[in-house]
Design a protein around this ligand. Sequence first.
Ligand code: PEP
Length: 257
Amino acid sequence: MALKKLVAGNWKMHGLSSDLAEIKAIADAARGYPEVDVALCVPAILIERASRAVPGFAIGGQDVHFAEKGAHTGCVSAAMLLDAGATLTIVGHSERREAQRESDEDVQAKAEAALECGLGVILCVGEHLFDRENAKAVEVGELQIDHGLPDEVADFDKLAIAYEPIWAIGTGKVPTADEISEMHAAIRDRLVATYGEPGQQVRILYGGSVKAANAAEIFSVPDVDGALVGGASLNAADFLPIVEAAAAAVEAPRAIA
Ligand code: PEP
């Protein structure tokens, strides 16, 4: 089953008021590709201004706290993201797993809190280079999935997994098509093992050094239902060709034997 592709930008710690014009340029152009879902995950403090600047375009957060409210200095709840205008959030990005020591259990709780509030979730998994070099990449990905997947999912269209090999993020290195395909197939298997048939509905994105030059090839890999894009999402000139490649992949589906 071909799923509608999702191309989401992760702006990380980039974005000021002066960048709202770029967000608007991306949103305006993305409306020309209704066959692709496009979103930008911006710093929490920019969400409200961004969502007001581009009504109807999906603006997301990059993290969420698992608690509803309380004594969690500096953190942002799912209700706060929603209130600011976000429609989705990333959870479990490797930069947060590393720097904030987030565990799979934290990631699961965050995903559950966000889904319960009605936000879409992009849940990131991915191996270190030493895992890949030791032929442990798939095992690591499967464990992250098994321990990080939310237990309760009311709407499977709202959950996406992003396979992001840590060694490919921001490095210009990309796994081979076979490596991406193998991991995405393993993730799909775990989704179906966990949720049954609805697990087929969950989009699996690839992330890690996606850019205009490699997007078409990545989108042609089986079970790649979109991309999570860091550096190349910061401006329309770099990001839109990736959206365009996703749209072209829809128009020219792979021949399946
Ligand atoms: C990311 O951080 O989610 C990411 C994919 O970054 P980049 O595209 O810059 O590798």
